[in-house]
Ligand binder design. Structure first.
Ligand SMILES: NC(=O)c1ccc[n+]([C@@H]2O[C@H](COP(=O)([O-])OP(=O)(O)OC[C@H]3O[C@@H](n4cnc5c(N)ncnc54)[C@H](OP(=O)(O)O)[C@@H]3O)[C@@H](O)[C@H]2O)c1
Length: 338
């Protein structure tokens, strides 16, 4: 089968040297595994962090990719609820553990250390395989798993979002941000957004955001406070950095801040007086349990949620797909077709 094999890590300028498109043996499955013919895979920022060597315990060579949709090609005998020909997606959160509150020590994310989905076929343990939502095509379905479970746990399990909430989603071009955006709109919450790009702000407004500001502007938080009438109940953020303190300013009394990443780095300037006086809650969150994944999928099916697909690249152009993510050009999920 054809696969994009990451053979070395390094800067995005060297993507053609980092990735080798080559024929590798078809994965052999055991009695608990299923072989999926990949119809579409989607990129996550994790794949870029690893490609750039900015991730812990990198194992090379490896086929990256945590997300895919596809067709069951073969199955082990214990996968008795799965049939060859089934259209499926996978939950990339492996071995969550017994505590719903947090992942256990054995938790791992599919697609490194074991081989992932940027290939024509992938093998997955049967308990991580779920039916593809029927209202989604293969590209849309491949956009759901990692971003979907992260957004769902952050918004619903942690922040307890309802239709009455006014939420700020930062960096709306991001795959998780866009997915959270569709989830929040799906339940009727009022959504405000930030982005570095005016075109992305306009796209979000066209999709139903109430208002948006450019976080590159020094006064973005003041602008957003004006536009939201100083009323934000939830902030959903993966950038962190110095701007994190502004979320505390922006939140109304009793507000909730959800952090699912720190792309920019730590925040060293949190205003603790405002934090306690406003009775705010800050939640950290990472992906989700099997229960979170199942509930997320139930939500996607019930509300007929469609993720935002930014672009599609063939596997041979994997370096172009990563270049697009590295340049932050995307609005939504970047798809790779084998
Ligand atoms: N904890 C978890 O389980 C989990 C799961 C998934 C992702 N993550 C983390 O979340 C982050 C995003 O992941 P992703 O897959 O959605 O990545 P992505 O699709 O590459 O999105 C990255 C986006 O971040 C936004 N951004 C960059 N700098 C920003 C800033 N200073 N303020 C606000 N937004 C900024 C940009 O939005 P604009 O283009 O609109 O400017 C960019 O498009 C990564 O750090 C990733 O590691 C964590």
């Amino acid at each position: 089968m054809k696969a994009a094999v990451l053979v070395r890590t390094g800067s995005t300028d060297d993507l053609k040297k980092n990735y080798i498109l080559e024929e590798v043996p078809l994965p052999e499955i055991n009695e608990n595994e299923v072989l999926i013919q990949v119809k579409a895979a989607s990129l996550n920022h994790r794949d870029l962090w690893i490609t750039n060597g900015k991730y812990s315990k990198i194992k090379l060579p490896v086929i990256l990719g945590s997300d895919c949709s596809g067709i069951v090609y073969a199955k082990g005998k214990n996968a008795d609820k799965i049939k060859e020909g089934d259209e499926v997606i996978i939950n990339p959160g492996i071995n969550w553990g017994n505590n719903e509150e947090f992942q256990g020590r054995d938790f791992s994310i599919f697609g490194m250390p074991e081989n992932g989905t940027l290939a024509e076929f992938v093998k997955v343990r049967f308990e991580y395989i779920y039916k593809k939502p029927e209202h989604l095509n293969f590209s849309e379905a491949s956009a759901i798993p990692l971003a979907g479970v992260t957004a769902y746990r952050g918004l619903f399990v942690k922040a307890g979002i309802t239709e009455n909430d006014r939420i700020l989603i930062t960096g709306i071009g991001g795959g998780v941000a866009c997915t959270a955006f569709k989830f929040a709109l799906g339940i009727g919450a009022k959504v405000f957004i930030t982005s570095s790009d005016e075109r992305k702000i306009n796209k979000a407004l066209n999709l139903g955001a109430l208002s948006g500001v450019n976080y590159k502007n020094e006064n973005w938080a003041e602008d957003l406070a004006d536009k939201s009438q100083k009323s934000i109940d939830i902030v959903f953020d993966s950038a962190g950095g110095f701007d994190f303190s502004k979320f505390i300013q922006l939140c109304s009394n009793g507000g909730r801040i959800v952090s699912y990443g720190a792309s920019i780095g730590d925040s060293g300037n949190i205003n603790l007086h405002k934090l306690y006086w406003k009775q705010l809650k800050i939640f950290g969150t990472t992906m989700g349990s099997q229960n979170d994944f199942m509930r997320m999928l139930g939500f996607v099916n019930e509300f007929k949620i469609k993720p935002v697909v930014d672009s599609e690249f063939v596997l041979d152009d994997i370096h172009k797909a990563f270049q697009r993510m590295s340049n932050s050009e995307q609005f939504g999920k970047i798809i790779v077709l084998p």
